[in-house]
Design a binder for this molecule. Structure first.
Ligand code: ZN
Length: 386
């Protein structure tokens, strides 16, 4: 039938959701992300979460070798009523008032400037649109190319450059639309504490975060990201933290994916997989201390695709978070999406990776976490892959 052949064609494509209005969020300059200039330096850099980083992500997807596989869609702003899916009314009121009053620093490094609120609404609405696209069966793989990022934003708290939890909103929409189980895998180098907090007491969402072991970073980020933060109540055992040692690279990440993430998702059986991506786990990121290269990102993309094909009819929502090296973030994004598309040949080679990896410590840590899960998470059989 015509309709089925049309749908299989769009199923093969990567549906990218983007809106240039998100560039209106101007984070300014200062000493790195302090938003402050003490006056000692002649040449200041932009705040790491700036529009240039996503301009390069857009351009590499438009002009790179992956471009024939992409269908572009214009994003849209979220309705205020949609934000209550994840956030408290008091918190949303605080953000609206901050915008009306000309801006506000909400926590360290995180400032709502004129233009920021409109960009935030676009980031959330664009991510919701990408999920709707999947739920309405208009495509299987959708990528929300959004900023400001969202995974640190908790139901009632801004944190770490994030105001609204874009992925969390989309996941809530999926649950409300009748999707029984959603798995979210967050590979940004920082703990996806906001998403974790939003789903901490539910067993409908399996939250997995791979991150460097940075711990709490102040009142806006009380969570530690440690392995014993496993959820509470009905959600106990469904928040899985994988803090990896500094310097973990391609082999360490692949080991963590195959020994921890794959068996957990096999056991959980999600109906939609959400891949939350940050290129700040790359070897060259100013905000991370991990050593992923394009090949490592490609492999993670492939593993997620295989899991989704097995459990979720190939349905994957990809949501953009951090990634602050303007060049390498774009290249690593390209590689991740090549992996998700399961392309047989590498499309784009790595222009700068060189760092030799010592995976001994990450392997030890992953084995320890696997043992901990086996002893503390009765729902999961973690040794089935051995
Ligand atoms: Zn990050």
């Amino acid at each position: 039938m015509d309709s089925s052949s049309a749908s299989s064609e769009t199923d093969e494509l990567l549906h990218v959701f983007w809106h240039p209005g998100m560039l209106q969020h101007d984070t300014g300059k200062g000493v790195f992300d302090t938003l402050h200039d003490p006056g000692f330096l002649d040449v200041l850099e932009k705040h790491p979460e700036n529009g240039d980083r996503v301009k390069n992500m857009v351009s590499i997807l438009k002009r790179g070798p992956i471009s024939p596989y992409i269908s572009w869609h214009l994003g849209r702003p979220a309705l205020i009523s949609e934000l209550y899916l994840f956030h408290t009314p008091d918190y949303i009121k605080e953000l609206i008032e901050a915008d009306e009053n000309g801006g506000k620093q909400l926590c360290a490094g995180t400032v709502l400037n004129p233009g920021s609120w409109g960009a935030s609404l676009l980031a959330s609405g664009t991510t919701i649109s990408a999920m709707e696209h999947i739920l309405n069966r208009n495509g299987k793989i959708a990528y929300a190319l959004v900023r400001p990022p969202g995974h640190h934003a908790q139901p009632s708290q801004a944190d770490g450059y994030c105001f609204l939890n874009n992925a969390g909103l989309a996941i809530k929409l999926a649950l409300n639309s009748g999707i029984k189980r959603v798995a979210v895998v967050d590979i940004d180098v920082h703990y996806g504490n906001g998403t974790a907090e939003g789903f901490y007491d539910t067993c409908d969402v399996l939250s997995i975060s791979l991150h460097m072991n940075h711990g709490s970073w102040g009142p806006s980020h009380p969570q530690k990201g440690s392995i014993d933060e496993i959820g509470k109540g009905k959600g106990s055992g469904f928040n899985l933290n994988i803090p990896l040692p500094n310097g973990t690279g391609d082999k360490g990440y692949e080991y963590a994916m195959t020994k921890l993430v794959v068996p957990a998702i096999d056991k959980f059986g999600p109906k939609v997989v959400v891949l939350v991506i940050g290129q700040d786990a790359s070897a060259f990121d100013p905000n991370g201390r991990q050593c992923l290269t394009m090949e490592g990102y490609r492999e993670i993309g492939r593993i997620i695709r295989n899991l989704s094909d097995k459990h979720a009819k190939g349905r994957i929502l990809i949501v953009q978070e951090g990634g602050y090296h303007r060049t390498y973030s774009a290249y690593c994004l390209h590689a991740t999406l090549e992996g998700v598309l399961n392309l047989p040949l590498r499309l784009l080679s790595d222009p700068i990776a060189y760092y030799p990896e010592d995976e001994a410590l990450p392997v030890k840590v992953v084995d320890f976490i696997r043992k901990y899960w086996g002893e503390n998470l009765p729902w999961m059989v973690t040794d089935r892959s051995s």
